[in-house]
Write a new protein. Structure first.
Length: 86
């Protein structure tokens, strides 16, 4: 992908939002104690049902297995994502 195309596809600046759609602003403390909602934050511009199937969102959850790390001689590793590694 060319740099120009990557810039064209990049997300414009956006606010993190709570499940209620309220803006999270850590600089002012507004809703800073609330978790962000990917549905409200990313789903405002992207197809939420589609992006939740991607690796970035799943982080190995869809491939987790008790046997995953055995072939690597690391039985504590449960997937190829961040999930199940620590």
């Amino acid at each position: 992908m060319s740099a120009a195309l990557a810039r064209e596809r990049a997300c414009v600046p956006f606010h993190l939002r709570t499940e209620d759609g309220k803006i999270i602003n850590p600089l002012t403390g507004e809703n800073a104690d609330q978790p962000y909602s990917p549905r409200q934050t990313c789903g405002a511009c992207h197809n939420y049902d589609e992006i939740t199937k991607g690796f970035h969102f799943q982080q190995g959850w869809d491939r987790i297995s008790d046997d995953f790390g055995k072939k690597l001689n690391k039985p504590w590793v449960l997937s190829d994502g961040m999930l199940g590694k620590f």
